[in-house]
Write a protein that binds this ligand. Structure first.
Ligand code: HEM
Length: 385
């Protein structure tokens, strides 16, 4: 048994690069081996998986868990961006094993293919309304300034039953989560609590109410609110940057010619190339574990390099890892894809002359740092051509 090779490049650094420029760390990580050690932002080593087969093993490994109670003892939860432990805050993203299965069973019927396809027309109406609101001008509009955040939040709030007059509050709450000031993050979390309470209020009949009736009775109101926070925040965090890359590709003249034919395939291909969750969420070993010949002590942090695996030159055609794999596979994968598809279809139907106001190659993306993804810095568009 050997130690995994150590890379000195920082895969968690922030920065700005052009839209077509690959992330500088991915090729270095991949070249170093299927499992690689790097320096974690919160200190000490992190083991990064760069191989598809090994990643799928990690996603189902019984001793590689999500519960932050297994994080390295010295880690500052804020620097590491950790959630509370499963004991404090049971949620899909903190629980493992049977406790996680119980929560998955509660969520599962809400996000099935059938339920989501029934929602498709509504997503189209929302896309049409929001784009129409922007399209009454011959001026250039920056779709990253508001639209790419507002649309996914409108969809996820609508589906959950959060009244739509609260979207500005939801946008402010999501933006507050990026603050370095703990008070601002606390205020954002309080706002998410209010959004959750509003979705559960008298007369509301969205999925939030259905979820309340399906979760274990011992869950407190605050814990239920946290489950709803997870859905709202996860629904914005990922779909927002995806919309930027997707619309840029749709609007770039000539770029679509060589693309797969259906809108679904176009969406999926864009997600593969620009995975909005470039790394999996944090996982930790709950016992000593051997992976590809490397020995990881208990409490070792492990990440899957989703972006690197998705874009690896040797990758064979097949399912990508954009939405993860195994028991923690993305709950909102169907919702995300249908809402992205709705925007492309509405844009093509209602704004046939829409075009980028700058060459595609000049667009820039900003890596937010840590395990977060990248986002276009701006998407200037002339909707009326
Ligand atoms: C393009 C959009 C999206 C992408 C790329 C994405 C990606 C992912 C990935 C990679 C994971 C697994 C993380 C891991 O195992 O470490 C995940 C989990 C999750 N996603 Fe998404 N997601 C997207 C949209 C959404 C939406 C719209 C929702 C809300 C409805 C959502 C809710 C969740 C939840 C609740 C989990 C945790 C599931 C669990 O741990 O059991 N996601 N997502």
């Amino acid at each position: 048994m050997t130690d995994a090779p150590h890379v000195t490049i920082d895969p968690f650094a922030g920065g700005v690069r052009r839209v077509g420029e690959p992330h500088p760390a991915r090729a270095v990580l991949r070249a170093a081996g299927p499992i690689v050690r790097a320096d974690a932002p919160a200190g000490g080593p992190v083991w990064i998986i760069t191989d598809d087969v090994l990643a799928r093993e990690v996603f189902v490994h019984p001793h590689i868990v999500k519960d932050p109670a297994w994080a390295p003892a010295g880690w500052d939860p804020r620097t590491a961006g950790l959630e509370p432990t499963a004991a404090t805050q049971p949620s899909l993203t903190t629980c493992d094993g049977p406790a996680h299965e119980t929560l998955r069973r509660a969520h599962a019927p809400l996000f099935t293919a059938r339920r989501m396809s029934e929602y498709a027309d509504r997503a189209t109406v929302l896309a049409r309304e929001l784009l129409a609101g922007l399209g009454d001008t011959a001026e250039t509009v920056d779709l990253m300034a508001d639209f790419t955040t507002r649309f996914p939040l409108t969809v996820v709030c609508d589906v959950l039953g959060v009244p739509l007059d609260r979207i500005d509050q939801a946008i402010a709450a999501c933006r507050g989560m990026y603050s370095a000031d703990p008070e601002e993050v606390g205020a954002a979390m309080a706002a998410f609590g209010e959004l959750a309470a509003a979705a559960l209020g008298d007369g509301q009949d969205g999925l939030a109410v259905e979820l309340r009736d399906r979760v274990p009775a011992e869950l407190t109101e605050a814990q239920l609110h946290y489950l709803l926070f997870t859905l709202i925040y996860a629904g914005q965090l990922t779909t927002d940057p995806s919309l930027g890359f997707l619309l840029a590709r749709v609007l770039a003249a000539g770029d679509t010619a060589a693309e797969p034919t259906t809108t679904e395939e176009f969406v999926r291909e864009t997600l593969r190339r620009h995975a909005p969750a470039p790394f999996s969420l944090w996982r930790f070993t709950s016992a000593e574990v051997e992976l590809a010949g490397a020995r990881l002590p208990a409490r070792s942090p492990v990440l899957v390099d989703i972006q690197g695996i998705n874009t690896g030159p040797g990758r064979s055609i097949g399912p990508d890892l954009t939405f993860g794999a195994g028991p923690h596979y993305c709950t909102g994968a169907r919702l995300a894809q249908l809402e992205l598809k709705a925007v492309v279809e509405v844009l093509r139907a209602d704004f046939p002359k829409a075009r980028l106001a700058v060459p595609l190659a000049d667009l820039q993306q900003s890596d937010l740092g840590g395990i977060q993804g990248s986002r276009l810095t701006a998407l200037p568009v002339k909707l009326r051509g």
